[in-house]
Design a protein around this ligand. Structure first.
Ligand SMILES: Cc1cc2nc3c(=O)[nH]c(=O)nc-3n(C[C@H](O)[C@H](O)[C@H](O)COP(=O)(O)OP(=O)(O)OC[C@H]3O[C@@H](n4cnc5c(N)ncnc54)[C@H](O)[C@@H]3O)c2cc1C
Length: 437
């Protein structure tokens, strides 16, 4: 049961309770700037910090309050962020490129920690590690084998935890063991976003909320960007709209698949219960195809539990109780505990499960983080800013990759409910078979 059900998606977000009201970002639209950035999440703000510090007049525009998108509402889990394996990537791009792409995941993870420390951002950043749990004995075997390979081939630290030892990591009997990735981290997403807003403003970037960009047109000297508040001329434009990409950029809209991700927070729990469920404070996720991800809140008073609980997109009022049911299946100890928050956001998947960055028709972009964007969006935003400045270090292994779409796909994923329903059916079948031997 949802004890409190606030009504708008973003107003239900637990993280926003913790940071107080958003700073005011109103003002007048300048006539011209060096750089316009569309979208004020991790991608846009990290790009803005670079360009503003590099001496370019920079304007960040968001259709809603700055940070309205995923960057204030996510699970705050940080991993290496690249889903395809080296083998899969090598089959398409060759060994060398495959390794370079995988390497960007490790670079993004290392970079965000260094950046947060160097800038002194107060956002509960912690190197807690991840427990990735196996939903069947077979998936445990695969995970354990892959962990050894990752260590040997890519120097990614990890170790397997058999079912008999599982409770040292997570207070549940649901899974069949798992693997720990000690390098993975956690943070408070909204505090991190507030820190970025402060850094961007301090560097001289102007940030305007409630200023939807409606057109980007080429001019002799760059671009004319039309907004709800008038137009502004810019030499460079960066599109950083990820899961909220619209017909403003049809070429990009045809290449990203918007998918809702749903999450809840419990009421405050006794310290002993949180200690039992999360004895190591690690972030957690599992091998279900439609996966769950969860963690303790930074103050260790609540559990935050996310995933996808319906085939079609739904309202957080509906997803909240369903997520709670899933959470209680994993942690029966929470059966008589209420949830106080239920919210959602829209992430961007891509047809090749890779993030993409580059320049199309002269417009820079970075997006398609496939649900793992805390470090990758930040990192590629930063690299995009460097590219705008013409700096060689802005280059990434993603540059020049084809950004695939599908015939007749225009940005509305009509196929998604069927795909999610099929994956969920498979997950349930495998899990039940494993549970009944
Ligand atoms: C519930 C949930 C949990 C998640 N958990 C994790 C996690 O644990 N770990 C992880 O790594 N990732 C997670 N993610 C994904 C991660 O949050 C995103 O990948 C990341 O925040 C993307 O940042 P961004 O800046 O590219 O986009 P966003 O933060 O989504 O920002 C895009 C912005 O563009 C604006 N915009 C769109 N169109 C226009 C326009 N025409 N004019 C002006 N502005 C416009 C939008 O209003 C929006 O604010 C999660 C996401 C969700 C929703």
């Amino acid at each position: 049961m949802v004890a409190k059900t606030p009504n708008a998606q973003h107003h239900q977000c637990y993280w926003l309770d913790d940071v107080g009201p958003a700073p005011e970002f109103s003002g007048t639209l300048p006539k011209s700037v060096d750089v316009v950035i569309v979208g004020s999440g991790y991608t846009g703000l990290n790009a803005a910090i670079e360009t503003a510090r590099g001496g370019r007049s920079t304007l960040v525009l968001d259709a809603e309050d700055p940070g309205y998108g995923c960057s204030t509402r996510n699970g705050g889990q940080i991993s290496t962020s690249i889903k395809p394996t080296v083998e899969k990537l090598a089959a398409k791009f060759g060994q060398q490129k495959a390794r370079a792409i995988r390497g960007e995941g490790a670079s993004a993870l290392a970079w965000i920690g260094d950046f947060i420390r160097a800038e002194g951002l107060d956002c509960d950043f912690r190197n807690v590690g991840r427990f990735h749990a196996a939903h069947t004995p077979d998936s445990y075997e695969t995970l354990a084998r892959d962990a050894e390979k990752l260590r040997a081939d890519e120097n990614i630290e990890s170790f397997a935890v058999p079912r008999s030892e599982q409770k040292k990591e997570l207070g549940t009997d649901t899974y069949h063991g798992g693997v720990v990735y000690p390098q993975h981290c956690s943070l408070h997403p909204a505090k991190y976003h507030r820190g970025l807003l402060r850094l961007a403003s301090k560097a001289g970037a102007q940030i305007l909320g409630h200023c939807t960009v409606t057109a980007i047109e080429r001019t002799a000297k760059g671009f004319r960007v039309t907004t709800a508040k008038g137009h502004v001329d810019a030499r460079d434009v960066v599109v950083a709209t990820n899961g909220y990409t619209t017909g403003l950029t049809p070429w990009l809209q045809r290449r990203v698949i918007p998918i809702g991700s749903y999450i809840i927070a419990t009421e405050e729990l006794p310290e002993t219960l949180v200690d039992e469920l999360f004895p190591t404070d690690r972030i957690a996720s599992d091998t279900f195809k439609v996966l769950y991800y969860y963690r303790a809140s930074p103050d260790r008073k609540r559990i935050l539990f996310g995933g996808r609980v319906s085939a079609a997109e739904t309202d957080p009022k509906i997803s909240g109780p369903r997520l709670r049911e899933s959470m209680c299946r994993i942690f029966p100890q929470l059966a008589d505990r209420q949830i106080t928050h239920s919210w959602a956001g829209t992430v961007a998947y891509t047809f090749d499960e890779l993030a993409h960055t580059g320049c199309h028709d002269g417009v820079h972009y970075a997006m398609g983080y496939c649900g793992s964007g805390v470090s990758m969006a930040s990192y590629l935003g930063m690299r995009t800013g460097q590219k705008v400045l013409g700096q060689a270090q802005g280059a990434t292994a993603f540059d020049g990759l084809p950004f695939p779409t599908r015939p007749l796909y225009t940005g509305k994923p009509w196929f998604l409910p069927a795909v999610v329903a099929w994956y969920r059916w498979m997950d349930t079948r495998q899990y039940r078979r494993a549970a009944h031997g």
